[in-house]
Design a protein around this ligand. Sequence first.
Ligand code: ZN
Ligand code: MN
Length: 486
Amino acid sequence: MDYETIICFEIHVELNTETKLFCRCSTRYGAPPNSQVCPICTGQPGALPVLNRKAVEYCVRAGKATHCSINRTSGFARKNYFYPDLPKGYQISQYERPFCEKGYLEITGDDGNPYAVGIRRIHLEEDAGKLVHSANSFEESDYSLVDYNRSGVPLLEIVADHTRNHLHSVHEARSYLEKMRQILRYIEVSDCTIEQGQFRCDVNISIRPKGTQSFGNRAEIKNMASFKSIMDALEYEIKRQVKTLESRGQIFQETRLFDEEKRVTVPMRSKEDAPDYRYFPDPDLVDIEIDEAYVQHIQNSMPELPEETVNRLTEEFGIPINDARILVKDKSIADFFAACAGYCEDTEKLSRWIIKELFKLLNEASMPIQKCPVSPEAFSQLINSVSKGEITDNIGRTVLEEMFKTGGSPDSIIDERGLTPIHDTNALERLLDEVMEENSQVASQINQGMAKPIDFLIGQVMKKTQGRANPKKARELLHKRLPHFS
Ligand code: ZN
Ligand code: MN
């Protein structure tokens, strides 16, 4: 039987506000444990929360960027549960009246067409503290320590809509997460660093026979450490559910954990003990009225979205749309390109060199472009030398490697390393003489009319000169000598 897969994400995103959601404690990551706490974020009796205006702005920004409608009246609710990382015994969240509802995020669907994935709601809530266990899990630990620095840090919760344009596959799931993260970074509400827990996903997954309408029981997978884990967990879970149904088994509604070592999902808790949170409106916080003028103000001050950047790069600098899409994946790379483009005549070459050559070096060094030792000015100088034919692509690559290592300028590296290109006819003729003499057999093959070994001879010239010879000119000169090929 054919099955349809239904995937639905709940994403928690830490906002990059300076201070927490309801107090003035710093949100800086990596500070000593419990050094960024106060009576409010540790839930001391009598302490009262005061809402962080910036967090509301960021939430509305995220809502506008994902085509949500912004509720005119919103409010906070208490979500009650007990856990040692939650000092108040409840989390301040939003329940019935979130800031943003009924939006969508456009991705490329499995059929290659644009697909608007439904978003049910985006709300604001506070993060919990962090437990540090003496063993791998709470259950096995002799003791646990708790760090409340994270307690009260503003979180966006973005809930996809399983009833409206849901995700169908692992591939669509990945596109959705990548696009979401890209947009949140572009609108500057979060850095979305997964390793620092700024972008955390829970995912619901169920299957049903193709063509049927009712939903099957869903499994929820929690706490995955990376995009790769999320994708592996989904892949495993789809297979498991299909296999279960095929063998006439039953899929239970349950929460499962992804075992990072065995790469499988395992049951964590069943629906029976799913917690009842007893939500009620937080009496310490008043309702928030958002008027049209405020929404307009946020809309007007919104940073450029990725699609807008793609349009700007193609229109202003005439680069191919596919190149623009690659550059725009990371905002800092798009910014680097734009900074170089001001100095470069051949912007298409510029984009190619960023994508092919600079990416390679950055990847090898696992370095983000923000830390790139090559400045946009120096990189543009190099591109200009290559596009004017002053140096060959090969030398360009060598120079770039050196620039990357030392941060030097292309001109000084070309000088120091003796990489000045050889265009001179006499010098090139002499080089051709040499390689034909050294490879007399190849030379005679060419003389008999074989074309293929020509590449070999030119290769030898390039090798001899460490890539400094102008290959186009050397080839022309070689052809001139050979009656078969002129
Ligand atoms: Zn505090
Ligand atoms: Mn939540």
